[in-house]
Design a protein around this ligand. Structure first.
Ligand SMILES: [Mg+2]
Length: 275
């Protein structure tokens, strides 16, 4: 398999921002190199964080999943689109009452971070937040369509992904539901999560506060999807590494217009070069 970029330069990276599915595991299957790679990064005094766009689950569910797969982690090891969404809403629309269409855990995390929210349609709603809603009902689509049609209010979506991988293929993700809402109302959301750079900035700030040698210049986003993972790294001006262990084929990777720094077989190659 061809490789793009001089992989030995990856030794200079101090902060690795890993996507999860398709990058460190596939569904419930941990890739064989993942455990050793994470251990090696920390052994060298370097850092990693897991960066996920999935807004259907709380971070506690990710810690539990990693544990099931044999990786010890804490909530501090994660940057999620839910965290980025609440940070964005609290900064730009403090106190506004939002109708939130999402899972119970999505609403719980937003509420705990101070977002004023409801899941009931009412005339005093001042904004809409859409998440990856694995508990979606037609009632919610109806409520959101009505709000977006009758009012000119902020419309925010946690993540733009069209599909989410499953054991058998894919299911529609937040971006696809927003496509339905756009068809119905003509309104498009402001998307948080990858490919926007905020999650990368958020991650670099968190680690920089503990290790001042970490900056955007020695941070690398590692992921299997170009339009979210790689684009977020490019938008943040961090280094980017596309791995071909997930949904991007070699042909798609080399014919794309994204200015990717490294294209590697999988994260096992990162382990080989930094060891
Ligand atoms: Mg992925």
């Amino acid at each position: 398999m061809r490789e793009k970029g001089n992989a030995s330069e990856i030794r200079d990276i101090k902060l690795f921002l890993f996507d999860l599915d398709g990058t460190l595991y596939l569904g419930e299957q941990l890739y064989p190199f993942t455990k050793e790679l994470l251990k090696e990064i920390r052994r060298q005094g370097k850092h990693y964080l897991f960066m996920t766009n999935n807004s259907s689950r709380g971070v506690d569910a990710y810690v539990a999943k990693m544990k099931r797969l044999g990786i010890e982690s804490t909530e501090e090891d994660f940057i999620t689109s839910v965290m980025a969404t609440s940070a964005y809403v609290n900064k730009n629309y403090p106190g506004l009452k939002f109708y939130v269409a999402g899972t119970e855990s999505f609403k719980k995390e937003l509420r705990e971070s101070g977002v004023n929210l409801t899941d009931e349609y009412s005339d005093d709603v001042q904004g809409v937040i859409q998440g990856f809603d694995t508990e979606l009902t037609f009632k919610k689509l109806d409520d959101v369509s009505k709000l977006l049609t009758l009012k000119d209010i902020p419309f925010i979506a946690a993540n733009p992904d069209y599909v989410c991988p499953t054991e058998y293929g894919f299911v529609p993700d937040c971006g696809s539901v927003c496509g339905m809402l756009k068809n119905a109302t003509g309104k498009e959301p402001y998307y948080i999560g990858k490919p926007r750079p905020e999650m990368v900035y958020f991650a670099v700030d968190r680690i920089h506060s503990k290790d001042i040698s970490v900056s955007i210049d020695n941070t690398m986003v590692v992921g299997d999807r170009m339009y979210t993972d790689i684009a977020s790294g490019i938008n943040a001006k961090a280094k980017t590494c596309l791995v071909l262990s997930g949904e991007t084929t070699e042909e798609q990777a080399y014919s794309s217009d994204y200015k990717i720094d490294y294209i590697l077989r999988d994260c096992g190659r990162i382990l080989e070069v930094i060891k």
